[in-house]
Write a protein that binds this ligand. Structure first.
Ligand code: ATP
Ligand code: MG
Length: 312
């Protein structure tokens, strides 16, 4: 079922209380039972430039959840927030109480004390990093050599954190020293090291599958019971990352076309050409045309197939 009603509104369920909706995901808690669990349900909603667009992308919640689960498994050595089935049994939570309509789109996770920082790693220069580079030859204040082009590989991957703004406000790129002020030096260093390490592992994995992981964003939290810094949220999905086709990147002469993306850049590009965000007379973004929706869904699916090798 991919009707608009489900795309735009969280569902009611008896066993699970709806506690929060972000632009893309809906969070639920068990109505009875342990209060340290969360059900993260990915919807088919798609956002760009901080707006949720209409219509959703059919199958997106499912694809992104599958991708996240696959990556958590690849990154097994990093503590993550997934709750194994045997722990659920012990906690008295029946997996069967998860509504059927969430099937394939839901992850049961341990509730973490989230750090208010998005841990961005960029291996390539594009997006907001490229904009800052054009203006100041820096990315998040880190100086870079002259002569780089949009989409170029950076001399080394950069950790460029952002402050996770409260709902409705824009996330803000911050320097590492600002991050230290916000969460303390020990945790800031730990998150930076973890982020760069995961990026390195994941980008090598992606390259083996013919895909470039240009940049990505992680969110970490602390497990309140154990104190362990834990990888949360979604991980290495096409919502939280830029993925490009490696063959196209290496063979294309066109500096823009080489970034053939498997992510919502397709949506961003269409919107950038068809909507003026700053024009007060058009506060709402236009409806996405059917071909953009189809193309985006197909690219998301292709990424999952390339990485996991499973045809869907
Ligand atoms: P945006 O719409 O800008 O993405 P958002 O990040 O708040 O806002 P979602 O990404 O849709 O919205 O919602 C997921 C939310 O769940 C995020 O706020 C994320 O920080 C939070 N989250 C993810 N994993 C956990 C966890 N294990 N414990 C607590 N909160 C978590
Ligand atoms: Mg988010």
């Amino acid at each position: 079922m991919h009707d608009n009603e489900r795309v735009s509104a969280p569902s009611e369920t008896n066993a699970w209380n709806h506690v929060y909706s972000g632009k893309v995901r809906d969070l639920y808690e068990p109505a009875a039972g342990p209060d340290d669990l969360l059900l993260v349900v990915a919807s088919d909603r798609v956002s760009a430039f901080d707006h949720v667009l209409e219509p959703g992308i059919p199958g997106k919640g499912d694809l992104l959840t599958s991708l996240s689960l696959w990556w958590f498994d690849q990154l097994r050595e990093v503590p993550n927030h997934l709750v194994p089935d045997h722990e659920l049994d012990a906690a008295g939570v029946a997996v069967s109480s998860i509504p059927a309509e969430f099937a394939g789109r839901a992850m049961l996770v341990r509730k973490l004390d989230m750090f208010p920082v998005e841990c961005v790693v960029r291996g390539y220069l594009t997006g907001s990093g490229w904009k800052e580079y054009v203006a100041s030859r820096t990315v998040c204040g880190i100086p870079l050599p002259d002569g780089l082009r949009d989409g170029d590989r950076l001399p080394e991957p950069l950790f460029t954190p952002a402050y996770k703004a409260p709902l409705g406000e824009h996330d803000e790129n911050i320097s590492f020293s600002r991050m230290v002020e916000l969460i303390g030096e020990d945790d800031a260093v730990a998150l930076k090291d973890l982020s760069l390490g995961i990026y390195e592992t994941a980008s090598l994995t992606a390259e083996r599958h013919g895909v470039i992981l240009a940049d990505t964003k992680f969110e970490f939290g602390r497990n309140p019971a154990t104190g362990v810094i834990t990888l949360g949220d979604e991980v290495l999905t096409s919502d939280s990352s830029r993925y490009w086709d490696r063959d196209v990147y290496l063979t294309s002469d066109d500096p823009t076309a080489r970034m053939a993306s498997f992510d919502k850049q397709i949506v961003r590009n269409w919107l950038a050409h068809n909507w003026d965000q700053d024009d007060a007379s058009t506060p709402t973004p236009p409806t996405l045309p059917a071909e953009i929706v189809t193309q985006t869904a197909a690219r998301y699916r292709e990424l999952l197939e390339r990485l996991t090798g499973s045809a869907r």
